[in-house]
Design a protein. Structure first.
Length: 182
């Protein structure tokens, strides 16, 4: 992990290999959230995320949580780009509509008051959150996209679970407002 912390691409690649099974499950979960209309497969998404991660210079992963959060964001971004390209090709006619159907997604939808929150709007809102409060955006990545419980995130961050719960409420409030305005 030391080389990955320093931004070494080969160390990041080794970390990726060590966490491959977990990352594969993460990619499967990301695609399940995307709905059945996505023709992207798990391995393709995972390998595209790998290329994104090792292709960036100076990206640092001081711990497993940050690496998993970054991988989740990379996969999420790839799916959003895929959906946008698909919509552009179709010029809006019959565009893919992505709804969140699993338990975590249902929780997020309820938390933000959006039963079927649009993936692009959510992505834009997360981007805004990341620019204002990177720690809160990472929390959303870890909890929603990676599937970590708030207790596990507290352990990863070495803070109390109550602190993580408080941050989760802040993130939900921000995203709820951002999705309501868009």
């Amino acid at each position: 992990m030391l080389g990955a912390e320093a931004g070494d691409a080969s160390a990041s690649a080794a970390l990726f290999a060590a966490l491959y099974t977990e990352l594969h499950r993460l990619a499967e979960a990301q695609l399940r959230r995307g709905g059945s209309a996505l023709s992207l497969n798990t391995t393709t998404l995972l390998h595209e995320a790998y290329l994104d991660i090792v292709g960036r210079e100076g990206v640092r992963f001081p711990d497993r949580a940050r690496f998993m959060g970054y991988a989740a964001r990379a996969m999420h971004g790839l799916i959003v780009d895929y959906v946008r390209r698909s919509k552009a090709r179709k010029r809006g006619g019959g565009a893919i509509e992505i709804t969140f159907a699993d338990t975590n997604a249902s929780e997020l939808g309820r938390a933000f008051g959006q039963g079927g929150a649009d993936l692009e709007r959510l992505s834009d809102a997360l981007g805004d959150l990341a620019s204002l409060e990177p720690g809160l955006a990472e929390l959303v990545d870890l909890h929603f996209f990676c599937g970590f419980s708030l207790g596990e995130i507290a352990e990863l961050r070495r803070v109390s679970e109550r602190t993580v719960q408080r941050d989760w409420r802040k993130a939900r409030l921000f995203l709820h407002e951002a999705l309501r305005e868009s």
